[in-house]
Write a protein that binds this ligand. Structure first.
Ligand code: CP3
Length: 342
């Protein structure tokens, strides 16, 4: 039994004394102790060494006091396991030297044995679960197939992912074959995470909002739905789509336990579009953590008032920014913990 089960209760839709709180990208990025490890070990060494992944995962629990841990890893370990080269260039971000641009390249992409290629993630989960000692739940995650395709085809980060879209619209058959390979790998990968001990999983569709509502259905949502279908009876699934407010209705009928929303959608609209019954997660603007701690606390209280304390997980609307002062992150978390329902 997990001692702090606020997140699990909120995912089941049960009433809670206050909402649970965690922050997307809380493991790493802004904590000074993480920066020190970053100087010593390159990115994939941190991901591949269970001791390091564990240490980074528990840092925000000890130092900021969130109600859940999220495993330190990256969405791009999945394409890496599929034999697509992925590097992390300091100061640049993801860098794929051989981006996928043809049907022939898609055929060469492997659906791997996840137990072989991603065993290091499962080892990190087991070690982290021991270290957490059932204090708080552990969240596992994966990127959505569309978001992974974005990097696999574009070859690097982008504001528009124009080359990824070009590939989908000019070579739809090949694009769908790639999306299906990523989907099959992701399902096996997440089932392995469940077996290794995670308590919930989140799907990150970080670039879903770049698609039109119609293209979103075709190139992103149908694959998210396959993953949710495969996992929903085993574990609570949180579906997060940045900029995907237009899809909240389908998402609310998918079998996901909660839906992530960003700050461009008001709590009222998100509740309305998602039908008012499903647990929602979000949606503080990560840049609002630059405000003074006292202002952050006021805004967080208002956010909870608007979403309501039940069927709600307090979070940011996207990942925490790397230069946020730790005190401001703490103000965000403390404000949720101090929340008193009116
Ligand atoms: O809470 C956590 O931080 C857990 C670990 C985590 C990382 N990446 C570590 C990381 C998680 C949940 C992710 C998800 C991820 N990775 C997403 C989806 C969420 C989102 O932010 O939209 C995406 C799109 C990626 C791809 C990725 N990885 C990018 C664009 C970058 C570079 C820019 C950056 O810092 O986010 C990464 C590198 C990365 N992943 C870092 C960390 C801590 C920074 C590089 C480093 O530490 O050396």
């Amino acid at each position: 039994m997990i001692k702090n089960d606020l997140l699990l209760k909120a995912l089941k839709g049960e009433s809670v004394e206050r909402p649970p709180v965690w922050m997307m990208r809380q493991a790493g990025r802004y904590l000074p102790d993480f920066m020190k490890l970053k100087e010593k070990y390159d990115f994939f060494t941190r991901c591949r060494t269970p001791e390091l992944a564990t240490e980074i995962t528990v840092m925000p629990i000890k130092q900021v006091g969130t109600d859940a841990a999220i495993l330190f890893s990256d969405i791009l370990v999945v394409p890496q396991a599929m034999q697509i080269d992925v590097e992390m260039k300091p100061g640049v971000g993801p860098w794929l030297p051989n981006p996928i641009r043809s049907a022939k390249q898609v055929e060469e992409v492997v659906v791997p044995d996840v137990n072989e290629e991603l065993n290091y993630v499962y080892e990190a989960i087991k070690m982290t679960k021991q270290e957490l000692n059932d204090e708080v739940p552990l969240i596992g995650f994966a990127g959505s197939p569309w978001t992974i395709l974005c990097y696999a085809v574009q070859g690097q980060g982008s504001k528009t992912f124009d080359k990824a879209k070009q590939f989908c619209f000019q070579e739809p058959v090949a694009a769908h074959r790639l999306l299906q390979k990523i989907t099959d790998t992701t399902i096996a990968y997440l089932k392995g995470k469940v077996k290794a001990g995670v308590d919930a999983v989140q799907l990150f569709d970080s670039w879903g909002g770049l698609l039109s509502p119609e293209d979103y259905q075709e190139f992103s949502w149908q694959y998210m739905q396959q993953i949710i279908d495969a996992l929903k009876d085993e574990i609570p699934v949180i579906a997060y789509g940045k900029g995907c407010w237009f899809a909240l209705k389908e998402m609310s009928q998918s079998g996901a336990s909660a839906l992530g929303v960003d700050w461009t959608c008001s709590a009222m609209n998100a509740r309305y579009l998602s039908g008012g019954q499903i647990t929602l997660q979000g949606n503080f603007d990560p840049a609002r953590l630059y405000s003074k701690p006292i202002e952050i606390k006021h805004m967080v209280t208002r956010m909870i008032d608007e979403f309501g304390k039940d069927r709600y997980i307090a979070n940011l609307g996207h990942g925490i920014l790397p230069d946020i002062p730790v005190d401001n992150a703490r103000a965000f978390v403390d404000a949720v913990k101090e929340y008193q329902a009116k």
